[in-house]
Structures are given as structure tokens and as C-alpha cells.
Design a protein around this ligand. Structure first.
Ligand code: PEP
Length: 251
């Protein structure tokens, strides 16, 4: 039985006060919720402050990105050890904005996933097709390529640290949500692929989140799908009442 996992991606939003206030509000609202794993992923510069605000809660901390090198002349980058030093448990890797705005490749994402697992961080590994790829009927091909490349060289003992997040790019921040059937179809395809790569037991143990305009009003129907194990939430994670309502719906 996979424990549901809801993560909030705050993207490039907040300042110290609003980040601490959002984290504190969630800690209060979600006190006692233990049937769902919950994480928030603030911008790097607010990780420490948010970690302090969450210190007596069950809510875990994640980053929105990570670099694969351990240390050295990589100006502007943040290592796995640095993230662990500020109490991160998770790292979002391969988010569509990093793939399509910052130009991250499957090969780079693979190095990041590998480095994260080696260091003990749990990757939230994002995959998803563009609108034109869906319209051209290549969703499964694109997503399979992303999953296979991202996990290349990662053995079955290590891959279970990974949560896969299926995020159709056309649904991120657009208000368009994949229908529960569309989400389930791709999630089932991903699980089948994981079974081919790692065996059915491993595939059944791994969580696959959906992301793309998830909100309180569509949480229950998305989560009712057998292969949807959680949500990666952008916009709706910025309000205590919305994010808390989604977690409580799932709990
Ligand atoms: C995201 O950033 O991962 C995301 C899914 O955003 P939104 O919920 O705003 O579509």
C-alpha cells in the first residue's frame, strides 16, 4: 500500500515573512495528519527559515532543484549536502520549468537524480509532455523517454528513493487539468515501464504524483485513480487554506 504524498512547489514566490507565515499556518492546520506524507519546497533562500517554522511538524522540506557536483567552482549552484544541511528531505528534479525555461536535458537530470539518491535526498522526478506532443499523440513516447533517461544507471535498490511526478506541461499553471482518466492512463504507463525496468514489486512500491493545476476542487477525483499516489501542487500550495484542504481531502 503506497502512502499518499502531497508536495507544494512554491516556485519563485514569497519573502521571508510570507514563507514563514505559510509554513507556520500549514504546520498548525495539518497538526496530527499522519496518513499522508506532506512536503513544501520553498526557494533556496528561505529553506532555513521554513525548516525552523516546520521543526515541530510532520511536514518535510524539499528544494526545487539541486546540482550534481559535490562542491567547487559552480557559481550559483547548490549541492545535495548543502540541502541536507538546511534540513531538506526531498529535491524536485527535472521540473518542466527547468527543462523548458532553463534548458535542462535528460542527461543532466539523470546526473542530478543519481547524486541526490547517493547523498540520501529523495528526488521528486518530474516528467511530462508539451501540448504539441500530446496533440501529436506522442505523450507515451515522450514520457517513457524522460523516465528511462532520468533513471538510467540507477539500480532497483536505489530507485525506490524516487517519487515520479507526472506533470503534463500544458496543465502547469494554466488552470487546465488533465482529466482523471488522462492522468491515470499515463500513470499506469509509467508504472508499467517501472515494472519492465525494475520488476513489479519495485514498481508497485513507488509513488507517482500528478501535477498540473491541482486544487482543492479536483483533488478527490484525481486521487481516486488507482495509480495516482499524490500531487505536486504549484499555485494552490501558496495558500494555507487551499493546500491544507487538499491534504485533508486525501487524509
Ligand atoms: C508545478 O509547479 O509543479 C505545478 C503543478 O504547478 P500548478 O499546480 O500551478 O499547475
Amino acid at each position: 500500500m503506497r502512502k499518499p504524498f502531497i508536495a507544494g512547489n512554491w516556485k519563485m514566490n514569497m519573502n521571508t515573512d510570507s514563507a514563514v507565515s505559510l509554513a507556520g499556518g500549514l504546520a498548525k492546520e495539518l497538526d496530527g495528519v499522519d496518513t499522508v506524507d506532506v512536503a513544501v519546497c520553498p526557494p533556496f533562500v528561505y529553506l532555513r527559515a521554513v525548516a525552523t517554522a516546520l521543526s515541530s511538524s510532520n511536514i518535510a522540506l524539499g528544494s526545487q532543484n539541486v546540482y550534481f557536483e559535490e562542491k567547487g567552482a559552480f557559481t550559483g549552484e547548490i549541492s545535495c549536502e548543502m540541502l541536507k544541511d538546511v534540513c531538506c528531505t526531498y529535491a524536485i528534479i527535472g521540473h518542466s520549468e527547468r527543462r523548458h525555461v532553463m534548458g535542462e536535458t535528460d542527461a543532466l537530470i539523470n546526473k542530478k537524480i543519481s547524486a541526490a539518491i547517493n547523498s540520501g535526498l529523495l528526488p521528486i522526478f518530474c516528467v511530462g509532455e508539451l501540448l504539441e506532443e500530446r496533440q501529436a499523440g506522442t505523450t507515451n513516447k515522450v514520457v517513457s523517454r524522460q523516465v528511462k533517461s532520468g533513471l538510467e544507471g540507477i539500480c532497483k535498490e536505489r530507485v525506490q528513493a524516487v517519487t515520479v511526478a507526472y506533470e503534463p506541461v500544458w496543465a502547469i499553471g494554466t488552470g487546465l487539468t488533465a482529466t482523471p482518466d488522462q492522468a491515470q492512463e499515463v500513470h499506469a504507463m509509467i508504472r508499467g515501464l517501472l515494472a519492465d525496468l525494475y520488476g513489479n514489486d519495485v514498481a508497485q512500491s513507488m509513488r507517482i504524483q500528478y501535477g498540473g493545476s491541482a486544487k482543492p476542487g479536483n483533488t478527490a477525483e484525481l486521487m481516486s485513480q488507482p495509480d495516482v499516489d499524490g500531487l505536486l501542487v504549484g499555485g494552490a500550495s501558496l495558500k494555507v487554506e487551499d493546500f491544507a484542504a487538499m491534504v485533508k481531502t486525501v487524509a
